[in-house]
Design a protein around this ligand. Sequence first.
Ligand SMILES: [Zn+2]
Ligand SMILES: [Zn+2]
Length: 266
Amino acid sequence: MKFLYETHLHTCQGSACGRSPGREYPQLFKDLGYDGIFVTDHFFQGNCAAPRSGEWVNRVDAYMAGYRDAKEAGERIGFDVFFGIEQNYHGDEYLLYGIDREFLLMNPDIESWSRQTLFDNVHAYGGCVVQAHPFRERGYITKMHFQLDGIDAAEAVNIGNHPWEDASALKYISYLGLPRTCGSDIHSALNAVPEKLAAVALDEKLTTSKDYAAYIRAKKPISLLFPPERLICERPGMPYTPYEIGTGDSLTEAFDLSLSIGLEQA
Ligand SMILES: [Zn+2]
Ligand SMILES: [Zn+2]
């Protein structure tokens, strides 16, 4: 039995680029057969919707409004909603799981932390760090930073990426020997449709966000589910294909095609 989770989701309450309030997501994902979602709004160094000044507790609660909203909606229908964070350093972004409001409240200096300090403190708290969409090329990213130390996994498939960016990410993650995750990076409830989603399928049902952190840190199996057309990764106009999916390399096992097709038909 597999348990399906959305690991990368934004609300308009926590993320300035979010389009939907947290409350709109749980029913949609429940109907698609998911077991839960993680709300990972952009934190203060990224495209955060919460105020960047004022009392820390008020800022934290404003930042977490989308998560709370989603969690309340989930509780009404028996659907799990977990907390996560997407933190931004100069364009490179990290998904944090296994942390919570208490972690934020006891660390009012978190905005001044280096990457390594953040990773160390998240780990000490029982959380984990997943580098989000390495190899993404966007106007807001002025350089690529590849974190070699302190991350527990990296995102191999992100629906906000072009497929060829994912292909490069897969090759890189394989080189590092890290677990792979995937996520939709969904910003609007209108995109909660199978052809725009990427889910992780786990062997265990999660009870808390810390369970997911422990699962990743223990390197337990993670199947990646995403629309099959993302396997086509030739980059238009470029003389190379960064990675050819399906050439018999061990990476291909990450792409569980039967599950992927199953999700598409859900
Ligand atoms: Zn965003
Ligand atoms: Zn994101």
